[in-house]
Structure formats: structure tokens, C-alpha cells
Design a protein around this ligand. Structure first.
Ligand code: FES
Length: 148
């Protein structure tokens, strides 16, 4: 019951705020600790409001070997946030992920639904510009940094 309520709220709002977890706990007659316990057990739940554009940087083995750590650092520098945070203007959230399943394209970055292949730290600023101001990128689904 708690799990279903948490999923419904996250589906509606994109994350679980402290107020929403409290409201769920009160409505279902469980403690807030119990509701948080369920939510924190599952990786699917987010406790920070996602940005308008979700930036996901792969840190899986194939991407790591191709220095995706430097790519993640470049995003952190450009956005002024760390992994798991959202920019103050709500435009971007940044998240590291384990593997997108397209390791041949390493290092891989996914912004919203767009897959960016072979991203280099020097291309991060340019990549972000595609998502500022005009909304969603009109780029093709898989774009390589070498295409630019
Ligand atoms: S390790 Fe990055 S896509 Fe698989």
C-alpha cells in the first residue's frame, strides 16, 4: 500500500518531497519513518526535484575506461552542482548511472531521451547549450560528439 502510494506521487510529481512522504504516511496511518524506509529501499525513488532537463552520465566500466569521470566532472563544473543535485533555476539535474546498455558508444551521456555518444569533457559546454533556452533538443536520438 505504501509502495503504491509512493509510486503514484512520484509519477505525478517526478520526486518525493518531505511533505508528500508525510502526507502519505498520515493518510495510510503509518509512521513517516516507515514511509521513508520503503522509499529509500528502492532506487527508483528520488527525493530531489528533477530539473527540466535530466542529465545522466554513465559511469559503468566501459564508460569509465574512456574517462567518463572527467565528463561527469565537466558537467558538475558547468552546471555548478554535484551528482544528485538540481540547478537553482530548475533547468538541469545531474545523475550518474551504472550502464545504459550501449557500451560501444562510451562514454555515454543521456539528456532527457537523447543519447549522446563518445562525449568528451571538452564537448560538455556545447552539449548543454542545445538544451538551454529553446527547450528540448531537436537533435537526432543518438548524437556523437564527433558529429558536431
Ligand atoms: S558502461 Fe556506459 S553504456 Fe555501458
Amino acid at each position: 500500500m505504501v509502495l503504491a502510494a509512493l509510486q503514484a506521487v512520484q509519477d505525478a510529481h517526478g520526486y518525493l518531497s518531505p511533505e508528500s512522504v508525510q502526507a502519505i504516511a498520515e493518510y495510510l496511518g503509518v509512521s513517516q519513518n516507515e514511509a521513508y524506509g520503503v522509499a529509500s529501499f528502492y532506487a527508483q525513488f528520488k527525493f530531489i526535484r528533477p530539473g527540466r532537463h535530466a542529465v545522466k552520465v554513465c559511469q559503468g566500466t566501459a564508460c569509465h575506461v574512456r574517462r567518463s569521470d572527467l565528463v561527469l566532472e565537466a558537467f558538475e563544473r558547468e552546471l555548478g552542482i554535484e551528482n544528485g543535485q538540481t540547478t537553482a533555476d530548475g533547468e538541469f539535474s545531474l545523475e550518474r548511472v551504472a550502464c545504459f546498455g550501449c557500451c560501444a558508444l562510451a562514454p555515454v551521456v543521456v539528456v532527457d531521451e537523447d543519447v549522446h555518444a563518445r562525449v568528451r569533457m571538452t564537448g560538455v559546454k556545447r552539449l548543454l547549450k542545445k538544451y538551454t533556452g529553446t527547450g528540448r533538443s531537436s537533435e537526432k536520438l543518438v548524437a556523437s560528439e564527433s558529429d558536431n
